[in-house]
Design a protein around this ligand. Structure first.
Ligand SMILES: C[S@@+](CC[C@H](N)C(=O)[O-])C[C@H]1O[C@@H](n2cnc3c(N)ncnc32)[C@H](O)[C@@H]1O
Length: 204
């Protein structure tokens, strides 16, 4: 297949994800990534408690809210504002700030999370080494957050950017969770270094 045809096919597929997200009433095509991972891995279940880090504009929260249903609970955090989502408690702020963490605990109302999902992306400087270091720092903070909020046996889904530090991070996850797998959903652009690490069965 020629390069041009390949590009056409990829762009067509990308459009398909935008259309699919729009048809389902999602705010962004990012929902397609979570949906694909959920359908493959059976991540979300009715009645679960989920924390969504880096939630704006809110498509993962929309998807999670639909899946956990009225008996479940979704707590979403972002530095940016976010339009309300049904059955989602939104907290605006930096998730690594202790005050914001306390608000999250209040919203969890004494329960532990079954699942922490993080689609967080750092502010990019354009300098690759700096951006990779920022992204790994963010990932470490997410792991710390997850260890403080997950129930025993709980799961963590986290976006990371391939580069320096990712292998060590996966090893760290493997020490704290029973199973660690790496996934690149179809809706994630090939050119992007992003992929998702799914860590299941938090050991506490
Ligand atoms: C790729 S977007 C998330 C898209 C979202 N999953 C969706 O489906 O709509 C990444 C988000 O991470 C947020 N973010 C980055 N650093 C953050 C931090 N320290 N605390 C909270 N949110 C942060 C950004 O504001 C941005 O909205």
């Amino acid at each position: 297949m020629s390069k041009g045809s390949k590009r056409w096919l990829k762009e067509h597929a990308r459009d398909a994800f935008v259309k699919q997200a729009r048809r389902s009433g999602f705010r962004s095509r990012a929902a397609c990534k979570l949906q694909e991972l959920d359908e493959r891995e059976k991540l979300l279940k009715p009645g679960q408690t989920v924390v969504d880090l880096g939630a704006a504009p809110g498509s993962w929260s929309q998807y999670a809210s639909r899946r956990v249903g009225p008996a479940g609970r979704v707590v979403a955090v972002d530095i940016l504002p976010m339009q309300p989502v049904r059955n989602v408690r939104f907290i605006q702020g930096d998730f690594s700030d202790e005050n914001v963490f306390r608000h999250c605990l209040d919203a969890l109302a004494g329960t532990h999370a079954d699942l922490v999902i993080s689609d967080l992306a750092p502010n990019l400087s354009g300098i690759r080494v700096t951006d990779q270091a920022r992204s790994m720092h963010l990932a470490e903070l997410v792991l710390d957050f997850a260890c403080r909020t997950l129930c025993k046996g709980g799961d963590l889904l986290i976006k990371v950017f391939e580069g320096a530090g990712t292998e060590g991070f996966r090893r760290e996850l493997a020490r704290r969770f029973q199973r660690v797998t790496v996934r690149k959903p179809r809706a994630s652009r090939d050119a992007s270094r992003e992929y998702y690490v799914l860590a299941r069965g938090y050991k506490v």
